[in-house]
Design a binder for this molecule. Structure first.
Ligand code: ATP
Ligand code: MG
Length: 183
């Protein structure tokens, strides 16, 4: 499974609909300070279900919506869509049959969040569920941000265990057990 493209609209500095294609397994994003490079990573984290404004470098969850500039008025909503190439069928479960998987999130100024999987409305949990165990969650190791390596080195054994369990693919079973026990 590979991330093929990131589509943003009204998200942080990306006010106009923007498609960021990722044509190969190794892509770099370069540009001057403040041009929006980190905003692209925030977008990936956000669409995967990140629910902490701080982890998105904001104060409130609606800070991800374009809030205006000298030349442009603020907009009312932000959306991000990730397109995954799943032609190798690496995503297990009911989505294994799709060669392309789209994950989308939208938020409006009144903090209404909507999630979509292949164009169909879904819950946040449906998205976190299908990616659980793949390493691509809002906080898992597919996104290595500044400081994460030293956090890992300094983390307590129980925190380190969360990463190891995700890498080993057992976190989804633990999550299912937790859900069952809480019923
Ligand atoms: P650096 O090289 O310094 O790391 P960068 O390319 O990673 O820079 P970002 O942090 O992605 O830059 O982008 C910061 C820019 O995004 C700032 O100019 C900031 O004003 C703008 N920005 C962030 N949130 C919003 C928002 N909600 N609306 C409009 N602009 C925003
Ligand atoms: Mg940056």
């Amino acid at each position: 499974m590979r991330l093929k493209s990131i589509k943003l609209a009204g998200f942080k500095s990306f006010v106009d609909p923007t498609n960021v294609p990722l044509p190969s397994n190794m892509c770099g994003v370069v540009g001057p300070n403040g041009c929006g490079k980190s905003n692209i990573i925030d977008a990936v984290r956000w669409v995967m279900g990140e629910s902490s404004a701080k982890n998105l470098r904001g104060e409130s969850m609606t800070d991800v919506i374009f809030n205006g500039s000298n030349a442009r008025k603020p907009v009312g909503q932000a959306s991000v869509e990730l397109i995954f190439d799943n032609s190798d069928g690496s995503l297990v479960g009911e989505y294994a049959k799709y060669s392309e998987i789209s994950v989308k999130r939208r938020v409006t100024r009144d903090s209404k969040n909507q999630y979509f999987l292949n164009g169909t409305k879904c819950r946040r949990k449906d998205i976190t569920d299908i990616f659980l165990g793949t390493g691509l969650g809002p906080r898992s190791y597919a996104i290595i941000s500044q400081g994460i390596i030293s956090n890992l080195i300094e983390s307590k054994p129980e925190e380190l265990r969360v990463f190891i369990e995700e890498a080993a693919g057992i976190s989804k079973y633990k999550e299912r057990r937790r859900e069952t026990e809480n019923r």
